[in-house]
Each structure stands twice: as structure tokens, then as C-alpha cells.
Design a protein around this ligand. Structure first.
Ligand SMILES: [Zn+2]
Length: 256
């Protein structure tokens, strides 16, 4: 996973699980601060590489209420290994377990219902390659048809992982929202923030009418994807995550 840097994270521990929980709680708070949460209805999770269990918030909290110590650890069968839950989060567990099972390369899964994300998830044409934000996902964005939340939880999870496929790290959940993944949490955050901006741009640009939009040639879009990926060396998203942390006062931090 990511090489953790206590100096940057301002942590007193290099314990991998503690670093993971601190990072996850910070991601919840960063999304809350940006207004990208949806009360208690979406979820972020992360796991230590290779583990058949992951950390997630207990259903019922707002993103802004999440702290490292409030996170719970859940195995792939929905058993709570650490922490306390008050409400069983079946939908959340199905989504996260299925993707982790299918994709050993993924250690973080973020799912949101932002207005922009839900709006584009409902568009027949999907995400258009209109902006640099969107080029990050060119030919690499999966789609999952809306199948309600609780009709058939087992198959829903399997189908969701199947639709994500073996390589993609972002998916539109049609009529529902967005999901991004990463080898690290920083990478999942990176893709979620770019996907959000891409969706916002698309909604704004569509005010001109879809026939008036200018889309770059396919080869240019593909090259843009490659160039932007090459620009991000090593741990994708760490630079941006560290920058967010530098300007964010996390409520659980001791006042200095
Ligand atoms: Zn959802």
C-alpha cells in the first residue's frame, strides 16, 4: 500500500492500521467539508492490503462525525471485528465486500451521491470527454445499471464487481451515484474529486445543448489520459491529499 509518512500526516504512530484509520477518517471529513456527503447514506471504506476485512464508518453517523476511533472493521461476511455498530449496514457491506473480493489490487472504495454525480449517472450518454477532469476516465469508466438497493443483495454485489471489471477504478452507478477505487485511499480520493469536477463541467456545458459541445478526437482523449497518468508518479493522489490535510483542521486532532 502507500508508504505512510508520519511527518506529513502528523501522526505519532507508524502502525499501518492506525495510519489507515486516520487517513479514512480524514477522507470522510474532507468530503463533508466539501459538501459531498449525503447525510448517512453513502460510505467510504479502506483495507490493509491482502486482508479479508475493511474499515468503514458505522451506519448512522454523518461524515463530519467520523473519527478514527469510531470506524469499525468488518469482514467479508458482515461480521464486526472491531468497534461498534448500532444499525446493520447490509447495502454498504455488499458493495464493499464484493469489490474487495474481486479486486485484490483495490484497497479503498469510495461511494457518493453528489448532485453532479447522480445527474450524470442518469444521462444516457454517460460521462462525456469534455474536460481534462473527464479525460482521467476516458475509456476507463464502468457503468452499473440501477437495480435497487435491496432486491437481491448477493447478486447485486457480484454484478457490481463484474461491471467494474478487472482494471477500472471508477464507476457510474446509474440513477444512483458514483464509486471510485484505489490501490490507496489517496488514489480513490483523487479519482472521486476529478469525477465530481468532470460531472459538474458536463452539466454546465450541456446548457449549450449537446449538439453544440466540442469533443476532442478519440486519439487526443486517449493521449490526454496517458499524459495525465504519467504526470502522477508513485502514489496517485498523495500530493493532493497532503495538501487538503495541510489546510484542514480535523476535529479529533488535539489543539496545538
Ligand atoms: Zn448509494
Amino acid at each position: 500500500m502507500a508508504s505512510f509518512s508520519p511527518a506529513v500526516y502528523n501522526l505519532k504512530t507508524t502502525n499501518a492500521a492506525e495510519c489507515l484509520k486516520e487517513t479514512l477518517a480524514r477522507c470522510y471529513y474532507i468530503f463533508a467539508k466539501k459538501g459531498m456527503d449525503d447525510r448517512t447514506y453513502t460510505h467510504l471504506s479502506a483495507r490493509l492490503p491482502g486482508e479479508d476485512a475493511y474499515y468503514i464508518y458505522p451506519l448512522g453517523l454523518l461524515f463530519s462525525e467520523v473519527t478514527p476511533s469510531r470506524l469499525i472493521k468488518v469482514d467479508f461476511n458482515g461480521n464486526i471485528l472491531e468497534g461498534d455498530e448500532t444499525i446493520f449496514n447490509e447495502t454498504g457491506y455488499v458493495i464493499h465486500s464484493s469489490v474487495y473480493k474481486a479486486r485484490p489490487d483495490i484497497n479503498a472504495i469510495f461511494h457518493l451521491h453528489t448532485t453532479a454525480g447522480v445527474a450524470v449517472s442518469s444521462m444516457k450518454q454517460g460521462l462525456l470527454p469534455l474536460s481534462q477532469f473527464a479525460f482521467h476516465f476516458y475509456n476507463r469508466l464502468s457503468y452499473h445499471g440501477y437495480d435497487a438497493l435491496n432486491l437481491d443483495t448477493n447478486n447485486q454485489g457480484i454484478n457490481l464487481a463484474k461491471d467494474l471489471g478487472p482494471n477500472n477504478k471508477a464507476m457510474m452507478l446509474e440513477n444512483h451515484g458514483t464509486m471510485t477505487c484505489g490501490q490507496t485511499q489517496e488514489e480513490a480520493l483523487f479519482y472521486m474529486l476529478f469525477l465530481e469536477e468532470a460531472c459538474k463541467v458536463q452539466i454546465a456545458a450541456l446548457s449549450a445543448g449537446i449538439d453544440n459541445l466540442s469533443l476532442p478526437p478519440k486519439a487526443v482523449c486517449e493521449q490526454a489520459y496517458k499524459d495525465m497518468t504519467a504526470f502522477e508518479k508513485g502514489n496517485i493522489g498523495k500530493r493532493d491529499f497532503d495538501a487538503e490535510c495541510r489546510v484542514t483542521k480535523f476535529p479529533w486532532e488535539a489543539s496545538a
